[in-house]
Structure formats: structure tokens, C-alpha cells
Design a protein around this ligand. Structure first.
Ligand code: SF4
Ligand code: SF4
Length: 234
């Protein structure tokens, strides 16, 4: 069966063919396994798909529904008719006017675009923190790691690691879990001093241009440092 849903960016709409109405027979399998059902009164994936099939796509785009959907994909996996629910709900996000995107998501996406990470952490602060945490690990009372340091911008390393900015911002010790594995495995790894963000909010905010830019920056870091393997801990 052909996908009955396509995105019409130029006209900012979801283009649906009559096949969608035929494909979805309102069985409710998608709704029954959806963790977001009932989080927005009146909405669940079945109702959203039916609304779109009936030409009420703008109502879905304007609703909170696409933003509480986690894009986990359980509905699509279970749908007996192969309806592309994830694509549909993400398309709703793409088609939302940018200034109406939930503020933290849009702000984080733009912050990443402007400063290279979602929370706008300055490079000097980030590097200072990495050096500090490295010393902590080296001198840890219970599990010391003699000789450990965080290798920044190491050319030719085996792995380049991206970072979720919430870790340096609020939970810096969480970064040590990976570092301890690298240390134990004698891995040759590195972190870029710039554009190190590993969480792509362009994906979640429906901002495909920034999604692409973010991926490109991570790739550029790997190329600049001649590293072949990229690790996304997120
Ligand atoms: S599981 Fe598929 S066919 Fe059933 S209601 Fe949901 S979208 Fe429609
Ligand atoms: S992708 Fe969205 S609609 Fe589908 S099960 Fe997950 S949260 Fe529910």
C-alpha cells in the first residue's frame, strides 16, 4: 500500500490521499498502546489520524497533540494497516509556525544554532569543567583512575563523543560513566571543544534545517579530527 500521507511544505499542509480514510479503519490499536493518550483531553492517535483523513489537519497542527506524542513509534509498529503515524505527527510539528513551537524546544534549537549547544554553555566553562572532572576521576577516593584526563580535540582518535548539554549544565558526574568505560577499555577517544552537542532538538521541534545543520557539525568535527566513529550517548 502506498503511503497515503505526504508533506506539502510549500503550501504548509499535510497532503492526504483518500487512501488514508480507507487505510485507517479506526480499530484503536494505536491508541491502546500509546503512552500519550489522554494527556491532551480529546486527543489520541486514532482521533488525530481520523481528523487528518477528514481534512481537519490544521486542527491537529494547532493542537497540543503532536507535542505530547513522544514519537516513540509504538502506534505505527502495531497498526495493522501500516499507517505512517510517526511521520504524520512529526509533519504536524514541521508545519507549526516557528514562533508557536513550545518555547523551550524552539529556544534550545536556536541556542544550539547560535552557540553550538542547546543550553548555550560557553566554551571556556565547558573546557574548565572537563579538566576539573578529569582530575576528580584521577583522584577519586574509591575508584581512582591514574593518568586519566579528558582528551579534547585529539586528532586521529578512534571515537569522538558527543555530549548532552544537560550533563555539563546540571549532572556533570553522569559523563563519568562513559569515561570510566573508556578508561577501563583503554579506548582512544576524544571530545570536540566546539559544537559538541549530542541532542538534536531540530528533530524534536520539527526544524529540519537545524536538524541538518546539527548533524553536519558533528560530522565536521569527526572529519576535522580524522575520527571514524561517532558516539551519540543519547
Ligand atoms: S491502529 Fe492504524 S488502523 Fe487502527 S486506528 Fe490506529 S491508525 Fe487506524
Ligand atoms: S508515536 Fe506518539 S502517538 Fe504513537 S504511540 Fe508513541 S506517543 Fe503515541
Amino acid at each position: 500500500m502506498q503511503d497515503p500521507i505526504s508533506i506539502d511544505i510549500k503550501n504548509r499542509r499535510i497532503a492526504t490521499s483518500p487512501e488514508l480514510a480507507d487505510a485507517c479503519f479506526t480499530c484503536g490499536t494505536c491508541a491502546s498502546g500509546c503512552p500519550a493518550t489522554n494527556l491532551v483531553p480529546g486527543w489520541d492517535p486514532r482521533k488525530a489520524i481520523r481528523a487528518i483523513a477528514l481534512g481537519l489537519e490544521q486542527e491537529v497542527i494547532d493542537s497540543k497533540w503532536p507535542w505530547v506524542c513522544t514519537l516513540c513509534g509504538r502506534c505505527q509498529y502495531a497498526c495493522p494497516m501500516g499507517v505512517q503515524l510517526i511521520k504524520t505527527f512529526r509533519t504536524c510539528r514541521i508545519l507549526r509556525e516557528r514562533d508557536l513551537v513550545p518555547d523551550p524546544l524552539h529556544r534550545g534549537t536556536m541556542m544550539n544554532f547560535e552557540r553550538g549547544n542547546n543550553l548555550g554553555i560557553p566554551t571556556d566553562d565547558f573546557l574548565f569543567l572537563l579538566a576539573d572532572l578529569g582530575v576528580e576521576m584521577e583522584e577519586d577516593e574509591k575508584q581512582p583512575c591514574p593518568g586519566f584526563y579528558v582528551p579534547v580535540d585529539k586528532e586521529g582518535a578512534n571515537i569522538i563523543v558527543t555530549v548532552n548539554s544537560k550533563e555539563p549544565f546540571a549532572e556533570p558526574d553522569d559523563m563519568k560513566f562513559w569515561w570510566r568505560i573508556f578508561y577501563a577499555a583503554k579506548e582512544d577517544w576524544t571530545i570536540s571543544s566546539t559544537n559538541w552537542e549530542g541532542v538534536n532538538w531540530g528533530l524534536f521541534s520539527g526544524d529540519d534545517e537545524n536538524w541538518k545543520i546539527q548533524v553536519g557539525r558533528v560530522l565536521e568535527n569527526a572529519r576535522r579530527l580524522k575520527v571514524k566513529t561517532i558516539l551519540y550517548p543519547e
